[in-house]
Design a protein around this ligand. Structure first.
Ligand SMILES: [Zn+2]
Length: 326
C-alpha cells in the first residue's frame, strides 16, 4: 500500500483492530458504545474479525466436578492461606499477594527481552513499545509499522507478572514472525489459537525456576514464583474447562459452577467469561499446542530446550507453517 489514502486506510484498520481486541479481552476502557461498535463491525465484516475470532466450535473440554475446588484447596494449602481467601479477593490470590515474594515486572521485562533476543526467539530488529498500567489485563496490540509491537502491562510487583510478562512477549514473538510486507488487516488476520500457541509456549518460561534464575532472579525467589505460577496455571486450565462447559450449557451454569468449585467461585464471574467463549476456546486450543510443543522440544533438546537457539528457530517455523495469514 502506498500514498496518503493507503496510510489513512491503514490507520482506520489499526483503530478497528485495537477496538476489537480490547472488546474481545473485556478491557474496562471499552464502554458500552465501544462494545456496540465492535459488535456492529463484526456483523458487517462477514468473514470474521481481524482480531482474535472465535475458533470453530469444538466439544467443550470436560470440567470434572470439584476439579476447580481441588486446585483451590491445594493452592491455599501450599500458600498457607485459608481457601476462603479466594472468595474474599480472587485477584489478590491470583497475583500472589500471599506468596511472600515480589517480582518487579519492569525489571523482569528488561532482563527477559535481551535474553530472548540473544536466543533468536525475538528478532533483534523487532521494536517494542511498552505502556505500564495499573491492574488492567495485559495485552499486545498491533501497530501499523511492521517490525513494531505495542504491549500494555500492569506495573504492580507480583509473582504473577512472571506469567503475563512472558505471555505478552510470546505474542510479540509470534507477531514478529508474521510477514511484514502485508497490509495490516491481512498481517493481523491469523487464527487466534495460533497466536495463543506462541504466547503460551513463552508463558511457560515463567513457571520454570531455571529460566527465571537465568534472568537474575534469586534462586529461592525464582522457585517460589514458579510454584505460584504453576498453581495459577492449574487454576486457569480448570477455569477454562468450566467456562467452555458453561458456555455450551448456559441453563446449567449455576449448577456447573457450584459442582466444579464447591461454591468457591462466583457464578457471575463465570457468566461474564462465557460471553467471550471464543477467546477461551482459542486459549484451550493454544494451550494444547503449546503443551505438545514443549513436550516434543524436551524430547529433542532436554529440559532446558529454551536455552537452545535451534528450538526457537523450530518454533518460528512451526508457527509460520500453521498460521500463515496468506
Ligand atoms: Zn494471549
Amino acid at each position: 500500500m502506498t500514498g496518503g489514502a493507503g496510510l489513512a486506510d491503514e490507520a482506520a484498520v489499526e483503530q478497528t483492530i485495537v477496538l476489537l481486541r480490547a472488546a474481545e479481552l473485556g478491557l474496562p476502557a471499552v464502554g458500552d458504545d465501544g462494545r456496540e461498535l465492535a459488535a456492529l463491525l463484526r456483523s458487517v465484516m462477514g468473514g470474521g474479525p481481524p482480531g482474535p475470532a472465535p475458533v470453530a466450535s469444538s466439544a467443550p473440554a470436560p470440567a470434572a466436578p470439584g476439579a476447580l475446588a481441588a486446585v483451590l484447596r491445594g493452592w491455599a494449602a501450599a500458600m498457607e492461606v485459608p481457601v476462603t481467601a479466594f472468595r474474599r479477593d480472587r485477584r489478590a490470590v491470583l497475583r500472589g499477594d500471599a506468596a511472600g515474594v515480589r517480582l518487579c515486572p519492569r525489571r523482569l521485562l528488561r532482563a527477559a527481552v535481551p535474553r530472548l533476543r540473544a536466543l533468536g526467539a525475538l528478532p533483534h530488529e523487532h521494536r517494542l513499545s511498552v505502556v505500564w498500567t495499573r491492574d488492567t489485563p495485559s495485552v499486545t496490540f498491533p501497530v501499523r509499522i511492521p517490525g513494531w509491537s505495542a504491549v500494555a502491562l500492569p506495573d504492580r510487583p507480583a509473582p504473577l507478572c512472571a506469567q503475563y510478562v512472558h505471555h505478552e512477549l510470546g505474542h510479540v514473538m509470534e507477531l514478529a514472525g508474521r510477514p511484514p510486507g502485508l497490509p495490516l488487516a491481512r498481517r493481523w488476520r491469523r487464527p487466534p489459537e495460533v497466536a495463543e500457541w506462541g504466547a503460551l509456549v513463552v508463558e511457560a518460561l515463567g513457571r520454570c525456576p531455571a529460566w527465571l534464575a537465568a534472568l537474575d532472579v534469586p534462586p529461592d525467589t525464582a522457585r517460589r514464583i514458579a510454584d505460584h505460577c504453576r498453581w495459577e496455571d492449574r487454576y486457569t486450565r480448570a477455569l477454562t474447562a468450566l467456562i467452555l462447559r458453561c458456555a455450551a450449557r448456559t441453563g446449567r451454569l449455576e449448577t456447573e459452577v457450584a459442582e466444579a468449585s464447591c461454591g468457591l467461585l462466583d457464578p457471575e464471574h463465570v457468566r461474564q467469561e462465557t460471553l467471550r467463549a471464543g477467546y477461551w476456546s482459542a486459549i484451550a486450543e493454544g494451550r494444547r499446542l503449546a503443551d505438545r510443543t514443549a513436550a516434543e522440544f524436551t524430547v529433542v533438546w532436554g529440559e532446558r530446550w529454551w536455552d537452545r537457539r535451534e528450538s526457537w528457530q523450530e518454533l518460528h517455523e512451526r508457527l509460520a507453517a500453521d498460521g500463515h495469514p496468506g
